[in-house]
Design a protein around this ligand. Structure first.
Ligand code: ADP
Ligand code: MG
Ligand code: MG
Length: 910
């Protein structure tokens, strides 16, 4: 077996005279490590360090701690000694200690998934040495207490045991603040900090039974292994599941010389974005804190200040802070440290140009010197994703194809989500104003704990601040509110990534987790009370606010027409009503791929006639009822044809088993008996007769039309007369396509086709005029795939019904799969729900066979798909590769399918 020693490197250096890695090596170095290397390559100041590769993590998972240390120790020691040289200090030296950070970093950024330890290398012996060296006693004690706190949480696992428990270290800090009447962490004096260090060490000893590890090398190995372990932590696993990332990627570990933002008021730390991650606006923005370290900005312990003056002024307006107050108490970095600000501005510019995408960066200023600690492609909302891609394209930084590839089709969904109705907003009572952390509108019942987000159907998670543990609950909640934290807080960043509405930094909210209450001024709210939040403005409202469909931006329209330029497939919609058809057309659908006729029969006045038809004993009785249904059905089709304005409309003949239409409740049965003037007993008998053991495989689909031809006759007549009427009255040339469902033999198809033809001839003769129409079939039974060549000799089109096809290929009843599918997914027996994501391996083969066979006898055969999969991007890619002409999906999926179809064509190199 190949071992690490045989490989090139287990450790890659960066920030040295020579940098080993680059941005191309993300798989090996993780995103953070690869970008640290890339930055130092292009001349951005990065503190020196090295990355232990993801391969080592994989090895660790297989072979364990001792073996792994044994293998990498020589490389690690060598790399550390090089950092020592550059930083002019020595790891573990009491007089002149080198301090380092140990940072995780997987291939893709997983916000907060993995934990970082700062200031590693400090101990009782080196504290005095570092004080002597820096002359900054407060800084050293502050760093020491932070180190113990972080190390204990991350490496020693001393986290709160219970969800209402406070973090023991935070509790100690709060206690000390209370005792000494101190408000901010920055107000702690040296003696306070010393006291804290003592308390912290005691906590460690009490809770873990061991003293805090003194030896820096023990500290280092402990931290490295903890990063590896965190790859298999519960929240990392959840995040991977949510995004479908494989388990075997592993994480890299970055070890890096510390730079200190907590050395006084010439020092600072912050986070910034090259563009606005919420709206996409091309405006550099971010937040910072003076005299702070690491995660202080995102953790929301102090209210961070804005980096740019413009951002600061916008913030002040929202936070209702006057200009004078702002300048004095919350000035921007641009105002406080103009030179460093300009340097930072140049770097962000350089990085965005280099990566050709919006960057999310971390920086630290140590006594007037600026360091960049991280850059990555920033998470963004759906709206920002569209705007940034189109802007970068128009600025000439990326080409058309790249702009399209930047779009995550599923994220477009966010743009199509409802927003608050402006009228309802005016009437709503604004209760409080926070920061507009992630746009959108959300209404729900208050919950205070992330793991209770599913307590109500719609919930709003209200927290003082969120933490990585809350991820799952944030996903479930409709929206998120935090009392602390700014625009770059954990809640804000994660919410934007999820496209979830979020208001952060709503300072006046007083949350009491124990009693589950929320106070705002003199109002008190409880768990389960309704609130509404507007993530676009930061407003928090009492009660529910009405929503409406959003208007789409100009960039969105441009993106859509760009996608049409590359797309190889048309996108149609599944719509049963003129209203749905209209929505889909607004989203750019160029036809209906599936209009189901059965839904129309469920309306109150029709269901009765429908039942009459079903319960009739004779053909004559059935025909009588169908005659009554005809005008209703015809006007439905007129509405749909009109909405589609000459685009093709595929109408499926009646499909569901008849028993779905008859009443099963006694009261309704009685009513029906009275209406039809027959006895209740007869009704009951009829209903019992219609009972099927397995209706999904029973008397349905073309089996209905072949046993009751008069149904097909009526529907055909309704379709063609609707088209004739529309032509006569409004001059619209409709393009009806009659689709026969559930074909398994060619005879089934031929029999239906004959009925359709005969009816058409009669209709055309009666009206003295013709319309052109097509007759095709829904391909959804495995047998049909095998004889597709025969069917194609007679059919004008195929439309794959992938829902039924999946059901029958797997032998999973869609109606019963809820009992075992979730377990199958959890156990990994299935990767995806096959009803959501097309099973390319199995069902896909049948589809390809159907297409191949069909085109063998009819090369021009028009082929599409109308199952749920028609709106799912990975399935769309498959349909493109299989040579389909169109996909059809629900109206709100149309934009998603248009982009996915263009991406499929680009990926196929067309
Ligand atoms: P995350 O992936 O959660 O962002 P990071 O590894 O980026 O974790 O680190 C957490 C925080 O610590 C960040 O604010 C980062 O800038 C800061 N940090 C990490 N390493 C150093 C270092 N060597 N010097 C100063 N700050 C650091
Ligand atoms: Mg973190
Ligand atoms: Mg980071």
């Amino acid at each position: 077996m190949e071992t690490l020693q045989d490989r090139a490197l287990s450790v890659y250096k960066f920030g040295h005279k020579q940098t080993d890695g680059s941005k191309e090596l993300k798989n090996l170095l993780g995103g953070k490590g690869a970008n640290l290397a890339e930055m130092s390559r292009i001349g951005i100041p990065v503190p020196p360090g090295f990355t232990i590769t993801t391969e080592v993590c994989t090895q660790y998972n297989e072979e364990g701690k001792e073996a792994t240390i044994g293998k990498i120790e020589p490389d690690v020691r060598k790399a550390i000694s090089e950092i020592e040289e550059m930083m002019d200090s020595v790891f573990g030296d009491p007089e002149n200690p080198l301090l380092i950070s140990v940072r995780s970093g997987a291939r893709v950024s997983m916000p907060g998934m993995m934990d970082t330890v700062l200031n590693l290398g400090l101990n009782d012996e080196s504290v005095p040495g570092l004080i002597a060296k820096t002359g900054n006693e407060r800084f050293v004690w502050d760093s020491y207490r932070r180190f113990i706190q972080m190390y204990s949480g991350v490496v020693l696992g001393l986290k709160p045991e219970n969800k209402d428990d406070l973090d023991p270290f935070e509790e100690a800090i709060d206690q000390l603040k209370e005792q000494r009447d101190i408000e901010l962490d920055t107000d702690f004096t040296v003696s306070h900090l010393k006291e804290l260090v003592g308390t912290f060490k005691e906590i460690v000893k009490n809770r873990s039974g061991q003293p805090f590890p003194k030896d820096p090398w023990d500290q280092l190995w402990g931290a490295i292994m903890a990063v590896f372990d965190s790859w298999n932590g519960a929240r990392a696993i959840y995040y991977r599941k949510m995004h479908g990332y494989p388990e075997d990627w592993g994480t890299a570990v970055n070890v890096q010389a510390m730079v200190f933002g907590n050395m006084g008021n010439e020092s600072a730390t912050g986070v910034c974005f090259t563009r606005d991650a919420g709206t996409g606006e091309n405006a550099f923005n971010g937040e910072y804190l003076l005299n702070a370290q690491g995660e202080d900005v995102v953790a929301g312990v102090r209210t961070p200040q804005q980096i740019t003056k413009l951002g600061s002024q916008r913030w002040a307006k929202l936070a209702q802070v006057g200009e004078e107050d702002r300048r004095e108490k919350f000035p921007s970095l641009e105002e406080v440290m103009p030179e460093l600000y300009h340097e930072l501005f140049d770097y962000q510019h350089k990085l965005e140009d280099h990566y050709r995408d919006m960057q999310d960066m971390e920086f630290t200023i140590q006594e007037g010197k600026l360091w960049i600690l991280q850059t990555r492609n920033g998470k963004r909302t759906g709206a920002a994703m569209v705007k940034i891609a189109m802007d970068l394209f128009e600025e000439g930084l990326i080409d058309e194809k790249t702009a399209l590839k930047r779009i995550d089709p599923l994220k477009l969904d966010e743009l199509l989500h409802p927003v608050f109705d402006p009228q309802a907003l005016k009437e709503g009572t604004i209760n409080h104003q926070g920061l507009p952390a992630s746009p959108g509108a959300a209404t729900g019942k208050i919950v205070f704990f992330a793991d209770e987000a599913d307590k109500f159907k719609s919930s709003i998670l209200v927290r003082t601040e969120t933490s990585p543990e809350d991820l799952e609950g944030m996903h479930i909640a409709k929206g998120i509110v935090t009392a602390r934290g700014g625009m770059t807080s954990h809640a804000a960043v994660v919410a934007r990534g999820m496209g979830k509405c979020c208001v952060s930094g709503a300072g006046a909210l007083k949350i009491d987790y124990k009693s589950r209450t929320l106070r705002v001024g003199d109002h008190e709210y409880h768990e389960g009370d309704w609130i509404s939040i507007n993530g676009t403005t930061g407003n928090i409202f009492e009660g529910k606010i009405r929503t409406k469909i959003p208007e789409l931006s100009g960039e969105f329209a441009k993106l859509m027409s760009l996608s049409d330029k590359f797309s190889g497939m048309e996108v149609r919609t599944n719509a049963d009503t003129p209203k749905d058809a209209q929505i889909a057309r607004n989203f750019g659908a160029v036809g209906i791929g599936l209009a189901r006729t059965e839904h129309m029969f469920f309306e109150v006045d029709r269901i009765k006639i429908m039942r009459e038809m079903i319960l009739a004993d004779t053909v004559k009785g059935r025909k009588q009822a169908l005659k009554e249904l005809l005008p209703m059905q015809r006007s439905d089709f007129e509405g749909i044809f009109e909405a589609m304005q000459g685009y093709p409309v595929t109408i499926r003949l009646l499909d569901p088993p008849l028993h779905e239409f008859v009443p099963h409740q006694l009261a309704t049965q009685k009513e029906l008996a009275e209406d039809l003037h027959i006895s209740l007993g007869t009704i009951k008998q009829k209903v019992a007769d219609l009972h099927e053991f397995n209706p999904m495989m029973g008397h349905r689909g073309c089996r209905l039309g072949n046993t009751y031809p008069e149904i097909t006759e009526m529907q055909t007549q309704a379709i063609l007369e609707a088209a004739l009427n529309l032509k006569k009255q409004k001059g619209i040339e409709s393009k009806p396509e009659i689709m026969i469902p559930l074909i398994g033999t060619v005879e089934e198809f031929l029999m239906q086709k004959q009925i359709i033809q005969k009816t058409a001839e009669a209709v055309f003769e009666k009206h003295g005029e013709k319309v052109s129409y097509k007759t095709g079939t829904m391909m959804e039974i495995p047998r049909a795939m095998l004889i597709a060549d025969q069917i194609a000799q007679h059919a004008d089109f195929f439309s794959f019904g992938t829902n039924d096809l999946t059901q029958m290929t797997f032998g999973y009843s869609r109606d019963d799969a809820g009992k075992f599918l979730p377990i199958y997914l959890e156990k990994g027996i299935l990767k995806h729900d096959p009803f959501e994501v097309l099973d390319q391996e199995g069902v896909g083969q049948l589809i390809q066979m159907g297409i191949e066979q069909g085109r063998k006898t009819f090369a021009e055969l028009k082929i599409g798909i109308c199952g749920e999969h028609g709106g799912e991007p990975t399935s769309i890619d498959f349909f493109h590769r299989s040579g389909m002409n169109y996909v059809s999906c629900s109206p709100y999926r149309v934009p998603i399918a248009r982009i996915a179809s263009a991406q499929a064509a680009i990926a196929a190199g067309e």
